[in-house]
Design a protein around this ligand. Structure first.
Ligand code: 5AD
Ligand code: FES
Length: 389
């Protein structure tokens, strides 16, 4: 064969084989998305979907969301009430060792003012988030705030806490004072990876994190957890294992978003090994879509970190599986000191502005805001009803 012919022959074989492989994998994804449970390999196939396959995945996740939780989108007014933290997670911008951060603690008045705003604007629930502290004074303060929020809102506002690892007694006490949901991310469900992104000491133990998630369930909370996507050292296998972990733990809510490097953290040295921000963003969307297929009746938050990469990031997440959004109600002066990662959005918008822009965005994403509703996780409600029969 002459050179030119040989070249053409090879190209045609390539095309044929590529074409077949493509057809095969399209069929694969369309088979997989029709299932109700998935193997690790199948999840990896979903996470790697591109082009037409990716569109199939997103459409299926959207349909499953509408079928199981409807088009309602619930607001959780987020109040980051203190950035004082005893932890030193290697990825986090407000870690204890970052001396550049100006530490703050919002006053009761400021916190309750933000909650009143949420109530008056019919947000349904608030999330109180802070750095992790476990002093009696901190425990006491959160307890007082919970009671005050219930009182100011006629018992109407739902309250989610996100204040890290605590003792059983503390979780129980806060539950009795009015908190009914708790967010504690596992960050990665693979112990080795967890250990690579946390300091090696008793204060950052994977087992303790797991134990806390179990304690929260035992206390009666709706439990939310989640992971970061696109971490250094993280593989598709890790992410597929994360999805299976969420299913196995039978969580009620998930918040997960892209990892975003922060220059004042130890993990920043690995920035050159990361996927591009756009790739991390895209992977995060696929994780959300795959999770919606895997756990159709849970609440999934459109994480703020998505918006740090793409201005329409949260709306994109709402379109493919998420059903919760967390408008930031943190007093503006404090927001720049709660920078967990670079380019955190809404640093200078006041709460009202944020609400208006969110309303338009949710509608653009085809959603409908569940004003004044707690928007409890269907899975939690179903499980409770199931156990009472
Ligand atoms: N990038 C993305 N998310 C982060 N978080 C902390 N640091 C980062 C970062 N650099 C997330 C963690 C934590 C939550 C409060 O914020 O998952 O649980
Ligand atoms: Fe652990 Fe901020 S120090 S997440």
């Amino acid at each position: 064969m002459n050179k030119k012919l040989e070249q053409r022959f090879l190209e045609e074989v390539d095309l044929l084989q590529g074409g077949n492989a493509y057809l095969r994998s399209v069929k694969n994804v369309s088979d997989i998305i029709a299932q109700e449970s998935f193997s690790k390999e199948e999840l990896i196939t979903l996470l790697q979907a591109e082009g037409q396959e990716r569109a199939l995945l997103f459409d299926a996740a959207h349909a499953r969301k509408i079928e199981f939780v409807g088009k309602q989108v619930y607001f959780r007014g987020l109040v980051e009430f203190s950035n004082i933290c005893s932890k030193d997670c290697l990825y986090c911008g407000i870690r204890k060792s970052n001396e550049k951060v100006i530490r703050y603690e919002a006053s009761d008045e400021e916190i309750l003012g933000a909650c009143r705003f949420a109530w008056e604007n019919r947000f349904g629930s608030v999330v109180l988030q802070s750095g992790e502290l476990s002093s009696p004074a901190f425990t006491e303060r959160v307890d007082r705030l919970l009671k005050a929020i219930k009182q100011l809102s006629n018992e109407e506002l739902g309250i989610t806490l996100s204040c890290g690892e605590q003792s059983r007694e503390t979780y129980q006490r806060w539950f009795e004072s009015g908190a009914h949901r708790y967010l504690l991310r596992i960050e990665s469900s693979t112990p080795d990876l967890y250990n690579q992104i946390h300091p090696q000491n008793v204060h950052h133990s994977f087992e303790k994190r797991l134990e806390c998630l179990q304690l929260l369930k035992d206390c009666g909370y709706q439990v939310g957890t989640g992971v970061m996507i696109g971490l250094p050292f993280q593989t598709m296998e890790h992410l597929a294992a994360d999805l299976l972990f969420l299913k196995k733990l039978d969580v009620d809510m998930v918040g997960m978003g892209p990892y975003i490097e922060h220059e004042d953290t130890p993990l920043y040295v690995f920035r050159d090994q990361l996927k591009t921000k756009q790739e991390r963003f895209d992977l995060a969307l696929k994780m959300i879509a795959a999770l919606r297929l895997l756990m159709p009746d849970i609440n999934i938050a459109a994480a703020t970190a998505l918006q740090a990469i793409d201005p329409a990031g949260r709306e994109k997440a709402l379109k493919i599986g998420a059903n919760v959004i967390m408008p930031n109600l943190t007093p503006c002066d404090f927001r720049k000191e709660y920078q967990l990662y670079e380019d955190k959005p809404c640093l200078d918008e006041d709460a009202e502005l944020c609400r208006n822009c969110l309303e338009a965005r949710v509608e653009m994403a085809g959603g409908e805001i569940g004003y004044g509703e707690w928007g409890d996780s269907r899975r939690f409600v179903n499980r409770r009803q199931g156990s009472s029969h």
